[in-house]
Design a protein around this ligand. Structure first.
Ligand SMILES: Cc1cc2nc3c(=O)[nH]c(=O)nc-3n(C[C@H](O)[C@H](O)[C@H](O)COP(=O)(O)O)c2cc1C
Length: 437
């Protein structure tokens, strides 16, 4: 449902537009919250009407009295007035936890609010155009490891900062979540020298896990971002014990899930050894599982001969989900200096160039384990994303594409929705592992 967003283009309704949009968005997460927020939006909208129209003089700011006012009731008509009382009563019941609301009841409240907003726009608006209420539910809404996702589209770690940097380009709540930049026990400066270079259809990076460390993340960053998005914390350690300690420290309010980076190719003392050895991968998974109540996502390395072996080991060790792939090891040499372009000599290749490899690996892993998979690697469009779902991913993450198009995740969500409707599907889940062989 997306019935109220048109209000955002009408600055004159600023007093109630955000409340209406928030109420509808809450429908995805909790019907009770939706009903509560409908009441808030209704209150704001009615007060706007009273302020705009001198025919109605408020004796009080009590919502019941405002709806029951004889002049107001005459203007809106008995039918709409009854609908407004319905929203008010339902909202009160939700606020006082008197009952649990169903999807149908929450939808009815939204529809009544919508009718009132239409009435306002028809009476006071400049360019009124009649609209019909769309009751179809969010076709992209899904669930992963117990997390409710508004869309199955994540931002990939290391390409999206801590999410806030993208606030002006992306509706963070609409993302399935943000896999924030990798966090380690101690702060890291990252690698020296050149850390990024463009390649045909992609890029090489050797950032080297630059990050402020877990302490600063918990104290300063998490409190700022935790209510803005599903925060998936990507972690990396130099020993099995590091992963256990990080998992324990991050078993905190506001962390939606952990993603174990056992696959970073750009640091000498971490990551990749765990991602290329099935026993080590299992040990790291177990250490995190033992120390955390959060869903544990293990991020697999493509720099292996048989990725399914590692995937199976992580599944047996208790992983809740797998994400793949991290970057492929690569390098570039400057033919004028005869030196490697990157300060670290080698780096991780990402972007469009790696998509066929990533897709092949997602398909292989989906056939090897029962765990849900977050697919990534070179996704730049909804059709790229659709391929990953067909191969067996339950969600996807977008990385390098965010650098050239900061709102790539939103465009992919919009286009994926159109694609699903075009296929006659009712939910993204129907696409998962749909590949015909
Ligand atoms: C600049 C850069 C930094 C990255 N940093 C991390 C990181 O900190 N942790 C991690 O697990 N993956 C990291 N990655 C890998 C991405 O999350 C992703 O797995 C990979 O780039 C493939 O997806 P893409 O082709 O859409 O970028 C990084 C990738 C890039 C390009």
């Amino acid at each position: 449902m997306n019935n109220f967003s048109f209000l955002n283009d009408k600055p004159e309704y600023r007093a109630f537009s955000k409340d209406c949009v928030d109420a509808e968005r809450a429908f995805q997460n909790s019907y009770d919250s939706c009903v509560k927020l409908v009441r808030t939006a209704l209150d704001a909208a009615i007060k706007w009407v009273y302020a705009a129209d001198k025919n109605f003089s408020p004796a009080t700011d009590n919502l019941y009295d405002l709806i029951a006012n004889a002049n107001f009731e005459r203007a809106v008509g008995k039918n709409l007035s009854d609908k407004l009382h319905f929203c008010r009563k339902a909202g009160n019941a939700a606020i006082h936890n008197e009952k649990e609301f169903s999807a149908d009841e929450a939808r009815a409240c939204l529809k009544n609010l919508f009718d009132f907003v239409q009435w306002i726009d028809s009476r006071y608006g400049k360019n009124f155009s009649p609209r019909t209420f769309d009751a179809t539910e969010n076709i992209l809404q899904t669930e992963l490891c117990g997390l409710k996702l508004n869309t199955p589209i994540f931002a990939a770690s290391g390409t999206f900062g801590f999410g806030e940097e993208f606030e002006n380009f992306v509706d963070l709540q609409r993302l399935g979540g943000v896999m924030v930049k990798c966090i380690t026990l101690k702060p890291r400066r990252g690698n020296d020298g050149v850390r990024i270079t463009e390649t045909p259809s992609g890029m090489l990076n050797c950032i080297g896990l630059e990050n402020p460390g877990v302490e600063k993340f918990l104290a300063d960053i998490l409190p700022r971002i935790k209510n803005k998005m599903n925060v998936v914390v990507n972690v990396s350690g130099s020993s099995v014990d590091d992963y256990g300690r990080l998992a324990k420290l991050l078993d905190a309010d506001g962390v939606a899930a952990l993603e174990l980076n056992i696959s970073c190719p750009n640091v000498k003392d971490g990551g990749i050894i765990f991602g290329t050895d099935a026993r080590q991968a299992a040990a790291v998974t177990q250490a995190a599982k033992k120390n955390s109540r959060k869903p544990i996502i293990v991020k697999l390395s493509p720099n292996v001969t048989d990725i399914t072996e590692i995937a199976r080991a992580c599944e047996a060790a208790g992983a809740d989900c797998l994400s793949l792939i991290n970057t492929l090891m690569g390098m570039e040499i400057n033919i004028h200096t005869w030196r490697p372009t990157l300060g670290n000599i080698t780096g991780g290749l990402s972007g469009g160039a790696i998509k066929p490899v990533a897709l092949r690996m997602v398909w292989q892993v989906a056939n090897a384990v029962k765990l849900p998979i977050i697919g990534m690697g070179g996704i730049r469009s909804a059709s790229d994303a659709a391929e990953f779902f067909l191969a067996g991913a339950s969600a996807v993450a977008i990385g390098t594409a965010n650098f050239s198009e900061p709102s790539a995740t939103m465009k992919i969500a919009d286009d994926l929705e159109k694609y699903l409707r075009g296929c006659g599907l009712k939910n993204i889940r129907e696409l998962v592992k749909g590949i015909r062989i």
